[in-house]
Design a protein around this ligand. Sequence first.
Ligand code: GLP
Length: 241
Amino acid sequence: MNLYVASNAEDFAERSASFVRDRVNENPRLSLTLPTGSTPLGLYQSLRHDHDRGNFQLDRASVFMLDEYLDLPTYPRGSFVEYLRAHLGDLVFNATTKRHTMVPDESDAFMSTYDRALDDVGGIDLAIVGVGRNGHVGFNEPGSHVSLRTHAVALSSDTLNDNFADVSENERPTRAVTVGMRDLLEARTVLMLISGRAKRDVTSLLIDERVDESIPATQLLTHADLHVLVTSDTVADRVSA
Ligand code: GLP
């Protein structure tokens, strides 16, 4: 594992953006996954800033959403596709980028179509993932099996409380669809982004390189090309920036 500690939010955004820019420059046709949440916002802002100035494109890339809610009562408000559209704009939502968006569809046909799209591009070149406080990756919740591909999941109460802290029960989803651990483990490169004090416990496991088979973020420790970028508040005084 390669661990990088960012000194502040700006450093975090710039390091993650330069990592992604380098990979896209090396292979403009790469396939990559895009996470949601607050963690990648600086990355997306930086890439979009470059794109607006004509310095960065994803027009030959294949982008895959990592996950989506299945039964969000307010859909599309609050959905991940809406998030990606808002934060990436025409860097991704343009006429040429091959976009694989997830929709609230729990059918086997949808899951196998998504898996086939991943197979058609030869798997994921760059898996960009965030991490939940409980160690979830995408929506592979604790206990997820490493052999799973795209599948539906029941969201844990930890995840719902984190993602819908100020939202009443009747506006919360209960289920989601996610790219599975098998495809993430088979990705050529994994960029894991972790920010926030709430993730200290899971970050500690990663620093100690302790694989806990029930915690998806640590399952990725077995990956040969894993890059973990964390904010300094995540590691407390264990590692310095
Ligand atoms: C959601 C997404 C994950 C993301 C996580 C972390 O649960 N399914 O893909 O990594 O949130 O969110 P945040 O970055 O806001 O902590």
